[in-house]
Design a binder for this molecule. Sequence first.
Ligand code: ADP
Ligand code: MG
Length: 273
Amino acid sequence: MIEMKDVVFEYKSYMEEENLIAVDHVNLTVKKGEFLVVLGHNGSGKSTLAKMMNGLLLPNSGDISVLGMNTKNEEKIWDIRQKAGMVFQNPDNQIVATIVEEDVAFGPENQGIPSKEIRKRVDDALEIVEMTSYKKHAPHLLSGGQKQRVAIAGILAMNPDCIIFDEPTSMLDPSGRAEVMETIKRLNKEQGKTIILITHYMDEAVQADRIVVMSDGQLKIEGTPKEVFKEVEKIKELGLDVPQVTELAHEIQKSGISIDEDILSIEELLNIL
Ligand code: ADP
Ligand code: MG
């Protein structure tokens, strides 16, 4: 779905002599249908990486291709942005219309899709995010989780193969977070969408197929959730937490009680104990 080869991105600095290297020689392949989580402390380069995945930013060196289309190819940029949609942190910044269904229709309208097709896409997208009964509502009256699901529907209506989520739950309360996570998983499992999720919630990260951990613009750890969270000390050195239950298992292990398995859920630890 997405291939990044030796990608470097620098922000120009007008105050200092040297530019800031936000993404530093990253190689990353995202497979079709994969659910990938990107972790990393603040300023580690996650958002910059995400914006390069759909051509919002272009690398200073290296190449990125989306379904074989190079993001540097200006003729393909709209195809790329349609195939790889992006959902951001704050739903209020992503909602443009005053009625839910009009908001969801905004993307396909701009793509010049015939109105009959737009109608179907809007209905389908609202159905998938379970917001059909709110289609005539005003977005500003919805909860954070509902607004974010409307924003997701707006991206879905453009028929992407891949959706990149940049901390989509960080402004939501726990129930909103859970709603949005359920929606993201459904998009992956039922709709076959490739998902790239940037998050700082470890309970969300454990649900991915694969995790990459960034620090100082580089990919430092990569693997399945079990493989990644096994590296408790290393993860902490990179300024991140492991899931609470993983940490508890790690401490029990350190105290001399042998726990053979890598623990990611309360059920797993309970069984072993
Ligand atoms: P993250 O999403 O992991 O917090 P970012 O990709 O936003 O990281 O930022 C990576 C680095 O680039 C940080 O040091 C940040 O301060 C810097 N940066 C981000 N956006 C800009 C910008 N528009 N101009 C200059 N520096 C930026
Ligand atoms: Mg960010």
